[in-house]
Write a protein that binds this ligand. Structure first.
Ligand code: PLP
Length: 356
């Protein structure tokens, strides 16, 4: 793996919370490990980062991110392998995407290699928080936001880059009912849909809440201009299986987040000889396939759940029920393969594992 470029000073907590921790009742994202990484940007440069005890941060009421939303994040996981090492899945990809998000939001890039080294050192220090419990992992949340103390609109000149981590339990995702959205949009062409920007999430909450009132779990987003093309499912990329083919929207559109899970799923499927099409896919094609029985599978792909099967798709006044999850051979096999690969139970033939 890559060699370490950065090492950061560490101030250790004198009172680890781990002894009070209730591993049997993990609420996603509610509990945090003992330490966090923090680094500031000012006068055109990043200051030296450090690892400190997890604590609140203070902020000026005019802090720019609160008012104008220069705020981006990432999400990745560390898990225990069978031979008791700590593995982080493809952190270099998150680092790269973080830089792309920063660029689009007019925020400064991180020094090359710093993202991965900061994640590595923080997780290494809080290694006890990566448990051996099956299916558990340590979710890592790096984020950056503007901190100028100014109610005036311009790109912030100061930023904070922080990494926190939160232990998460086995993420079982109940197959979801999704509604194809014909009015609201997550992202428009020329907008910030490709960036992992906080505001994208804010914008998606109201439409998702409306769909929940109709009994759905989440939305399938369509293109802003025509609502004819499928883009994403909730906060995940979406993949369909029609016949024996996997079909997913291609990444040439800046409305679609470039997911690492999706990319990994496709690479595995391709290696196994499954036919893959990355292209624009119409709502009509999916509905037609659902009607004539060739829609074998549909699922979201993302770090939290890996694969989140879709049980039912609602469109206009119709509901289309998909085959039972246990019959979905390809996605079940890929999910198992990815789980085994991350846990070191099988050979890492793609070189995706990053051992801390
Ligand atoms: C984070 C995210 C994804 C999934 O990306 P992964 O790298 O697979 O976790 C997909 N869509 C959106 C909108 C996202 O924010």
């Amino acid at each position: 793996m890559s060699t370490e470029l950065f090492t950061f000073p560490i101030t250790k907590t004198s009172d680890s919370k781990i002894k009070y921790f209730d591993w049997d009742h993990l609420d996603f994202g509610k509990n945090f490990s003992d330490h966090m990484f923090i680094m500031e940007y000012k006068d055109g440069a990043w200051c030296s980062g450090e690892i400190v005890p997890f604590a609140n941060i203070s902020m000026h009421p005019a802090m720019s991110a609160l008012h104008y939303g220069q705020s981006i994040f990432e999400g990745l996981k560390a898990i225990r392998t069978e031979d008791n090492k700590i593995n982080i899945f493809r952190p270099d990809m998150n680092a790269k995407r973080f830089d792309e998000s920063a660029k689009r939001m007019c925020m400064p890039p991180l020094p090359e290699g710093l993202f991965v080294d900061a994640v590595r050192q923080l997780v290494g220090l809080d290694s006890e928080w990566v448990t051996t419990r099956d299916g558990h992992s340590l979710y890592i949340r790096p984020f950056m936001f503007g901190t100028d103390e100014l109610v005036g609109i311009r790109p912030s000149e100061t930023y904070k880059f922080i990494i926190i981590t939160t232990p998460v339990g086995h993420y079982y995702s109940e197959p979801v009912n999704v509604k194809i959205e014909k009015y609201y949009t997550r992202a428009a062409s020329g907008g910030v849909g490709r960036a992992k920007a906080a505001g994208n999430y804010a914008a998606s909450m109201y439409p998702a809440q409306q769909a929940m009132k109709e009994g759905y779990h989440q939305l399938i987003w369509t293109d802003a201009a025509t609502h004819k093309y499928i883009e994403e499912s909730g906060t995940m990329n979406v993949i369909f299986q029609i016949g024996d083919k996997l079909i997913t929207p291609d990444e040439n559109h800046d409305t679609i987040l470039r997911g690492i899970t999706k990319k990994s799923v496709l690479a595995i499927a391709e290696k196994w000889g499954v036919e893959i099409e990355e292209r624009m896919i119409t709502v009509e094609e999916v509905i037609e396939a659902a009607k004539n029985g060739t829609l074998k599978d549909a699922f979201g792909a993302g770090t939290a759940a890996t694969i989140a099967p879709i049980a039912m798709i609602g469109y206009e006044d119709e509901k289309y029920v998909l085959p039972p999850v246990e019959d979905r051979e390809i996605s079940n096999k890929i999910k198992k393969y990815l789980g085994d690969l991350k846990a070191g139970r099988i050979d890492d033939e793609f070189g995706w594992n990053f051992i801390v």
